[in-house]
Design a protein around this ligand. Structure first.
Ligand code: C5P
Length: 277
């Protein structure tokens, strides 16, 4: 069985403050994009294994896919370590980019393994996803979705009209945990409150990484209808209504060490239809 794990961008992201549990209260608009990783799932004899075609991708228990497998196995009432399945992960979504690659892989594994090991209860699947990371539940849903609280309470919206997406991936990553720390240290200043930028991380991440600011500005000058950071970065995206404009912007934004990817938004139905093909 092969399953696709689609990436996301955040069309907007507001950090509303710290919660008693140490997390942050968010209001964010998630949007699926066609860029995806692929999980190939085979039945085997013996213990569960996970391999990846990217050597920089963490293997073993450090990978959310492994932890998803352990959780589904136990929730399905089985004992001991998971067995009988081998997963190969073909990695295309850049890591530490704010595109949700690791979370999407985990959600795809939950969906596939829940079928294989007989865990039908969708609420259990959602709870299990939330226990792996705040944005994992979104990837069980897909499309245009409003996320509140930790980003795990979801309100699926009417899909927004399709757009071409230019992703600009700098040669460095940004840790989400660290970015929240930068945000807290910046304080709840009126300057931040009045901010008209669509993503509250744009300022604090941009201050540490001027290259990100420059990319956002360049995407706006190239005609993007929206250009900002995805999640807490390091990827920046621009939306374009026409493919040639997106291609031209990608060519203009490219620089040594930096990657540009042209992809498109996908709606919930497409996301679900293609997920298991
Ligand atoms: O949930 P996840 O493990 O993906 O989040 C990574 C880190 O980002 C958390 O440890 C937390 O520090 C921070 N975070 C947060 N508020 C959120 C989501 C994540 O503070 N709503």
């Amino acid at each position: 069985m092969r399953v696709r794990a689609f990436a996301k961008i955040n069309l907007s992201l507001r950090v509303l403050g710290r919660r008693p549990d140490g997390y942050h209260e968010l209001r964010t608009m998630f949007q699926s994009i066609a860029l995806h990783d692929t999980l190939t799932i085979r039945r085997v004899r013996g213990p569960f294994t996970l391999t990846c075609d990217d050597s920089t991708c963490p293997g073993g228990r450090d990978n959310l896919v492994w932890r998803a497998a352990e959780k589904v196995w136990r929730a399905a009432g089985r004992r001991g370590p998971p067995r009988g399945v081998a997963i190969h992960l073909s990695k295309r979504i850049p890591m530490q980019a704010g595109l949700g690659g690791g979370s999407s892989d985990a959600a795809a594994a939950i969906r596939a393994l829940a079928k294989t090991w007989g865990l039908r209860d969708e609420q259990r699947q959602h709870a299990l996803a939330a226990s792996l990371g705040a944005d994992v539940p979104y990837f069980l849903e897909g499309g245009t979705v409003l996320g509140v609280e930790r980003g795990d309470v979801l309100f699926p919206l009417t899909d927004r009209s399709p757009a071409w997406v230019v992703l600009v991936i700098p040669p460095f990553g940004v840790s989400t945990k660290q970015a929240f720390g930068w945000f807290d240290r910046a304080g709840d200043s009126p300057r931040l409150k009045r901010s008209s930028v669509p993503n509250d991380f744009e300022r604090v991440v941009g201050e540490r990484h001027p290259e990100i600011r420059r990319s956002i500005r360049a995407l706006r000058s190239a005609g993007a209808s929206l250009a900002t950071l995805s999640g807490s970065g390091a990827a920046v995206f621009g939306l374009f209504s026409r493919r040639p404009e997106a291609d031209a912007a990608a060519a203009e934004l490219w620089a040594p060490g930096r990657r540009t990817i042209v992809t498109r938004t996908i709606d919930r139905r497409t996301c679900r239809r293609l997920a298991a093909k």
